[in-house]
Design a protein around this ligand. Structure first.
Ligand code: 13P
Length: 248
C-alpha cells in the first residue's frame, strides 16, 4: 500500500527570523504538490513566527517534554507546542539520544505526550556505524522500536524516521538495498506492535537526503518520505527534494 509521502525539514539549532523568508517558496512548493505533505521543524523560538509566516505549511517541533506541566526548567510541553501552532513533534532524534542521554522509554513517553495533545509524533531510530559494521543494524533498530513506539500510535498520529547515525550530516547514505531491507524490517515490526494500524504509519528515511538522491531514496518500497536536515535550511535545496518526493 503506497502511503501519502511526508517530506519534513529539521532545522536543528539553525535559523533566525531572517530564515523564515525561505518558507515562502517552501509553502508554494507544498501548495503545488497537494499529493504529499510538507513540514518544517524550526527551533522552538521560531515555531509561532513560522506559523504566522506560512499558515498553510505544517510546522513542527524538534522535541517535547513528556510531562503535562510542572517544575522542568527549560522544557516545553506538548500543549505549549500545540498552542504555538505546531502540528508535529520530532522525538528521539539521535542527537538527543546521544547528547541528552534519552532512553527508549523516555522517547515513548514523549511520543505519547505529543499524541495526547493532538500532535503527530515523529519517532526517530537508527544504528551507529559500529552497530552496522557488526551486522546488528536491523536488530538495534527493532529494539529501539520495541522500546519507543507508543502503543496508541495510528497512521495519522505516528511517523517513524529511520536515520542511520553515520549518515547524518556526512554526505553518506546506505545503499538502496540496505534502505529497503531496513524499511521492510521496520514495517514488519510495526505490524507486530500495532497490528493492522502498523501498515498505515509512514516510515521516513533521514540522513544526507539531498536534491540529487531524494527521488531514488523515496522510490524504495516502504520509504514514505524523508526527514531532511541540512538541505531543509534553504528553499533552493528543499524545494527540489519536495519535487523528488512527488516524482518518486
Ligand atoms: P542531514 O540531512 O543534515 O544529514 O540530517 C538528517 C537529520 O538528522 C534529520 O533529522
Amino acid at each position: 500500500m503506497a502511503l501519502r509521502k511526508l517530506v519534513a525539514g529539521n532545522w536543528k539549532m539553525n535559523g533566525s527570523r531572517g530564515a523564515l523568508a525561505e518558507l515562502d517558496a517552501i509553502a508554494a512548493a507544498a501548495d503545488g504538490n497537494p499529493g504529499l505533505d510538507v513540514a518544517i521543524c524550526p527551533p522552538f523560538t521560531l515555531i509561532a513566527p513560522a506559523v504566522a509566516a506560512a499558515p498553510g505549511l505544517s510546522i513542527g517541533a524538534q522535541d517535547v517534554h513528556m510531562a503535562e506541566k510542572g517544575a522542568h526548567t527549560g522544557c516545553i510541553s506538548a500543549a505549549m507546542l500545540k498552542e504555538a501552532g505546531a502540528r508535529l513533534a520530532i522525538v528521539g532524534h539521535s542527537e538527543r539520544r546521544a547528547d541528552n542521554h534519552e532512553t527508549d522509554a523516555e522517547v515513548r513517553a514523549k511520543a505519547e505526550a505529543a499524541i495526547a495533545a493532538g500532535l503527530t509524533a515523529i519517532v526517530c531510530v537508527g544504528e551507529t556505524e559500529a552497530e552496522r559494521d557488526a551486522g546488528r543494524a536491523v536488530a538495534v533498530v527493532e529494539g529501539q522500536l520495541d522500546g519507543s513506539v507508543p502503543p496508541q500510535g495510528k497512521g495519522d498520529t505516528l511517523v517513524i524516521a529511520y536515520e542511520p547515525v553515520w549518515a547524518i550530516g556526512t554526505g553518506r547514505t546506505p545503499s538502496i538495498g540496505d534502505v529497503g531491507e531496513m524499511h521492510a524490517a521496520i514495517r514488519g515490526k510495526l505490524a507486530t506492535l500495532l497490528g493492522a494500524e502498523g501498515a498505515k504509519v509512514r516510515i521516513l528515511y533521514g540522513g544526507s537526503v539531498k536534491p540529487d538522491n531524494a527521488a531514488e531514496l523515496m522510490a524504495v518500497a516502504d520509504v514514505d518520505g524523508a526527514l531532511v536536515g541540512g538541505a531543509s535550511l534553504t528553499a533552493a535545496q528543499f524545494v527540489p527534494i519536495i519535487a523528488g518526493a512527488a516524482s518518486a
